[in-house]
Design a protein around this ligand. Sequence first.
Ligand code: PLP
Length: 406
Amino acid sequence: MQAMQVRSDFPILTKTIYKKYPLVYLDNAATTQKPRQVVEAMTEEYYNVNANVHRGVHFLSQQATELHEGSRETVRKFLNAQSTGEIVFTRGTTESINLVAQCFSDAFMKEGDEVIVSEMEHHSNIVSWQLQQQRKGIKLRVIPITDDGQLRLDEYEKLFNDRTRIVSVTHVSNVLGTINPVKDIIRIAHEHGVPVLIDGAQSTPHMKVDVRELDCDFFAFSGHKIYGPTGIGVLYGKEQLLEKLPPYMGGGEMIKNVSFERTTFNALPFKFEAGTPDYVASTGLARALDYVSNIGLDAIEAHERDLTAYAMQRMAEIEGMKIYGPADVNIHDAVISFQVGNIHHLDMGTLLDRLGIAVRTGHHCAEPLMRRLGIKGTCRASFALYNTREEVDALVAGIQRVKQMF
Ligand code: PLP
């Protein structure tokens, strides 16, 4: 894959920052930039199709419904789910996880029952369960990590007992870049008869995901992290499990019949989609998935792995550089959290910005992980399919320059 060839699809990448520096956008783990194909498809729908979906008899409504349900089929294919009934549109990973935490615990968990999460989770996969802890008295058990940021599978196995009801872990850490052995995690959980939710926010943009091959029970991801629009995401769930969960929110779309005495609910996936869906965003998401599928996730993964290896090697040349997460690039995705000497991460991020280099600083919504690492935050560079070695060089030169200032 040639990153230079795809860059012209992303108009924002030609921007000049502070009227001086070409934009070096390395904050892709927070959100990715959008290709023309996505934005233009959404504009086209607003200009030429727009009408509320489902149940409309008129031309535009039927066309909008076809687009929206066609997008669901695109997502199904992308994840290799069995049916579109297993693809629930949400606002993003956060909402997908909250949906499972609430509905699954309502269906299957009593006071004292346990969910296993890990020490490297994003807050969305911690706090969603803590809300159920407050509502229902469920307990969180936590898989510890090694010093180089890998899950301790030996400790994981010990966490199972007769109160374990679900495992909820991230596929890829948004801080450490660790690619977790989710297949093993799922297999072990299933040996105990326990279902697994995988947070795929940081994996779907970078590697091929096949939910049937993984055999995960739930899988969540966000559109905006995979070149799609904000405000849309996906929850995949195995049909037999989704069938057993109560609805998440009440309203239009999710019902079959309503009376004041008794309401019945719609079939999957609509039971979980109360209210008017963001049908234009679903089009944007589908075009984004087409975009990455056309390039090929294998090619994207190879390009980003090369870039990550190059960046880790070049950054390691900087005196005082500490890179968090595994040293092995085969299990270290396109996210590099770092700290240079005692330069505060906020100072580093702010000064890199003055050179046109966009990185993220802080705790990255993973405060428990920061506590485990004994730090308050890091600087984080994260790559996408359009990033280049030249941009890595710019980052390294930028860090050197900031270092000289201190
Ligand atoms: N999980 C992980 C691993 C993430 O990196 C993020 C976002 O950074 C989320 C969940 C939440 O995603 P969103 O804010 O799109 O709902």
